[in-house]
Design a protein around this ligand. Structure first.
Ligand SMILES: [Zn+2]
Length: 138
């Protein structure tokens, strides 16, 4: 009986130190993500799309399959997607700014994910030490 009890308490201690270590590692990762976006460069929201379409003129080359291509910036606003015409070529500054925005958003999502992992692990740590009133009184 004594041996079994000792074994269980040893396992709880091990689990708790693993939980603490996990929280500290997540926090380290979280801080490095925050540092990576602390000094953002100019960004533009949306996504760039290249579309290939016929113009409708039956004598145009597009009627024989050589479609016209142009770039659009798509933006979501009030649950609607708006397409902004850019041109035949998407300028480098624009694609860079859009990429920066997407990377920033991805980092924010990663931080939120870590936040919730930290929260779940802190709850586990708390629950491991939770006692009912009746047991604490003994
Ligand atoms: Zn055409």
């Amino acid at each position: 009986m004594y041996i079994i009890y000792k074994h269980i308490s040893y396992r709880v201690v091990m689990d708790l130190s693993r939980l603490r270590q996990k929280i500290l590692l997540l926090d380290e990762k979280r801080l490095s993500l925050i540092k990576s976006i602390l000094q953002p460069l100019p960004m533009i929201t949306g996504s760039l799309y290249q579309m290939h379409r016929p113009c409708g003129n039956p004598r145009c080359k597009c009627a024989r399959g050589e479609l016209h291509s142009s770039w659009y910036l798509s933006k979501r606003k009030d649950k609607k997607t708006k397409l902004i015409y850019i041109g035949k070529i998407a300028p480098e500054w624009l694609s860079t700014s859009v990429r920066r925005y997407q990377r920033y958003q991805k980092t924010l999502a990663d931080i939120r994910k870590i936040d919730s992992e930290i929260s779940v692990t802190l709850n586990q740590l708390r629950d491991a030490k939770l006692k009912t009133f009746d047991k604490a009184r003994q």
